[in-house]
Design a protein around this ligand. Sequence first.
Ligand code: BTN
Length: 248
Amino acid sequence: STVEYGLEVPFSIEYHDSIGSTNERARELATDGATDVAVLADEQTGGHGRLERPWSAPSGGIWVSIVCRPSIAPARAPLYTLAGAVATTRVAREAGVDAHIKWPNDVVVPVGEAGDYRKLTGILTEMEGETDRVDWIIPGIGVNANIDADALPPEATSIREEAGDVDRRRFVQRLLEAFDALRTDLEAIVPAWREHALTLGQRVRVERPAGEIVGDAVEVTPTGALVVETEDGRETVSAGDCEHLRPV
Ligand code: BTN
């Protein structure tokens, strides 16, 4: 398969027909000092999901990892993940998909009335830095684009299934433009995230290594953590501590 990525975007593009993982390649580039590079692939043979899970990434998807070197404190790094989710949601909506965000970083399409959804996009953000300063940060965004449902996990969906195929080149261009606009305006990210959030106002069960909590998702903090109101009071959950979040 060949996809032309002669894009005019504020990132240089490194395109691969097939690669193990765009995040792994982006890490190599970041370690070598690169910045503002988007690594793209038509297919990944060893894609990574969150929490060491594998990520299925057949040909036809949009698999992209963005090397960034912002001068921000590590505590604000989750905003980059939220920015990826907001940017993807906007562009998926332009493509006709009823896309919403499930905290922290999944883009999903609701199914029925019961709070169920299918996953369209996952984001794995990797970061390196000191306690007070980020060295590099790589949001790795996986969009199930032009893929048949039977090539995806059962709880997933694709743009093809929801709205028909997209021009991936155009989708990536819009995605990188939207992401770039958000990263230069960090204060705008949480409000934009709230607009599309499925999670706020929901009663949720959050699984964490430290134990499960059940409560109402009431707020997202300025650095992107979720505040859950439980019987015992308010708990703040960071993306890294959340293994599963389900509506109850
Ligand atoms: C998740 O929901 O578990 C996160 C999935 C992230 C997948 C993307 S695809 C592009 C980038 N490269 C990877 O190996 N993973 C991310």
